[in-house]
Design a protein around this ligand. Structure first.
Ligand code: FAD
Length: 409
């Protein structure tokens, strides 16, 4: 007798969604998770300054996001971020004038209209030009997509554009995902080192011995999939799809307030600046839910370069960017010695933040989610498999539900 009908590898959003659906359908399930916690790339760290979401923060496309009703069902407050706070843009050391803000908004709308109107054919996302071009490119690429626009397939970019409302769950997105995994049969600190699917079922190897099941749902991030010991190996189409869907990097920094000065900025405000070609765009979210902290964001190649240096290098960048906008008063507003820098790029269980399709590879997401065999013994799930919500918790969740439905019929 196998140990379970279905083995789920990974207790992130995809694995939790799959396991919940399978349990609800009366299947026996076992979830094996490498880390000593659930949630994967949705992870809330509790700090004296409040909940810090080191990974996912927002429920994007909030009206259709599968997590929205689940969060409400648990009584979690969802703040509509688009309706809260100010968007504060700096041009050099001063705030942008209303005319400059209007020019930026028009340039941004023009960029999105241009990419949406693009015809078929493999290519990267076109780079916006003009005085606001570098800022818009860095925002839509390095920060939102965690990779430069030129490295992203145009059609994948438009298919996965994030719609408002963007909802912030009070108390932390990671805690919400962990609560949704409550009561499931999850073995923590149990990395799977190999998966044999050569026989009628599957056999997973762990340090505690082999685990057998009729089916496996594998939710590993794409860089890990490529190195994972499948036997027989990952079929060529899924292997090529995983290669076509690398993870970009977004680094978040928690900046605890040093005192009572809130810089005359209201809670939930986003602070960015106009950048010149070659400059790095760093954005800040100040005082979410009125908590005494800010979040700094840096993404793309600069985030990867910083990941090779000590955290102090990222903190120094954040400090310089705060100083450029708020001067010495801004520097004094934060306790720089207690800043926390995320490290998803070197984390052995993620090796990046979230996926994008390389130019010409928009079809890869569908291929990745196709069962490895006709008997559906092994099905891959996870954010990279979703055609329209890739890179998000909602997409990971739906991919897990879809994989479970392929087994339950
Ligand atoms: C900095 C950052 C910001 C983000 N912001 C947002 C946001 O605002 N909104 C949003 O919706 N999304 C956001 N995301 C993306 C979102 O977090 C992910 O898309 C989503 O959580 C991925 O879920 P998953 O289940 O596909 O993968 P994961 O969460 O990575 O789950 C996979 C699990 O598999 C485990 N695992 C790996 N290898 C093994 C093994 N060999 N054996 C057993 N277990 C293994 C891992 O430990 C992990 O728990 C962000 C991500 C990052 C990093």
């Amino acid at each position: 007798m196998p140990d379970a009908d279905v083995l789920v590898i990974g207790a992130g959003a995809a694995g939790i969604a799959a396991a919940r659906a399978l349990v609800a359908a009366g299947r026996s399930v076992l979830v094996l998770e490498a880390r000593d916690r659930v949630g994967g790339r949705a992870w809330t760290i509790d700090t004296p300054e409040g909940a810090f979401d080191a990974g996912a923060s927002w429920l994007h496309s909030g009206r259709t996001n599968p997590l929205t009703p689940l969060a409400r069902g648990l009584g979690v407050t969802l703040a509509d971020h688009d309706a809260l706070g100010d968007e504060i843009t700096f041009v050099g050391p001063r705030r942008a004038s209303p005319a400059e803000v209007a020019a930026r908004d028009a340039a941004q709308a023009g960029f999105y209209a241009h990419v949406k109107a693009a015809g078929p054919g493999p290519r990267g996302v076109p780079i916006p030009t003009g005085p606001w071009g570098p800022t818009i490119a860095a925002w839509a690429g390095d920060l939102i997509s965690a990779a430069p626009l030129a490295a992203i397939d145009l059609h994948d970019f438009t298919a996965n554009a994030l719609d408002p409302p963007n909802l912030l769950p009070e108390g932390g997105f990671g805690h919400l995902v962990a609560r949704l995994g409550g009561g499931l049969p999850i073995r923590l600190s149990c990395p799977v080192t190999a998966l044999d699917w050569s026989g009628p079922g599957v056999v997973a190897q762990t340090a505690a011995g082999p685990v057998t099941a009729k089916h496996a749902i594998v939710t590993l991030p794409t860089p890990l999939l490529l190195d994972f010991a499948f036997s027989p190996p990952l079929p060529v189409p899924q292997q090529a799809a995983a290669e076509a869907l690398p993870l970009g990097l977004l680094t978040k920094v928690l900046l605890p307030a040093a005192g009572a000065d809130r810089l005359d900025v209201v809670p939930f405000s986003v602070v960015d600046r106009q950048i010149a070609p070659g400059e790095t765009l760093v954005t800040f979210l100040l005082w979410p839910f009125g908590q005494p902290h800010a979040l700094g964001f840096v993404g793309g190649p600069v985030a990867w370069a910083l990941a090779d240096q000590p955290p102090s290098a990222t903190i120094a960048l954040m400090r310089a960017e705060i100083a450029a906008r708020f001067g010495a008063r801004g520097e004094s507003a934060f306790d720089w010695g207690r800043a926390i820098v995320t490290d998803w790029g070197r984390d052995p269980w993620s090796r990046g933040a979230y996926s994008h399709a390389r130019p010409g590879q928009a079809a890869a997401r569908g291929v990745l989610g196709t069962p490895l065999d006709a008997a559906r013994r092994v099905i891959l799930a996870g954010e990279a498999c979703h055609p329209t919500l890739a890179g998000t918790v909602g997409g990971a969740w739906e991919s897990g539900l879809r994989a479970a439905a392929m087994i339950t019929g």
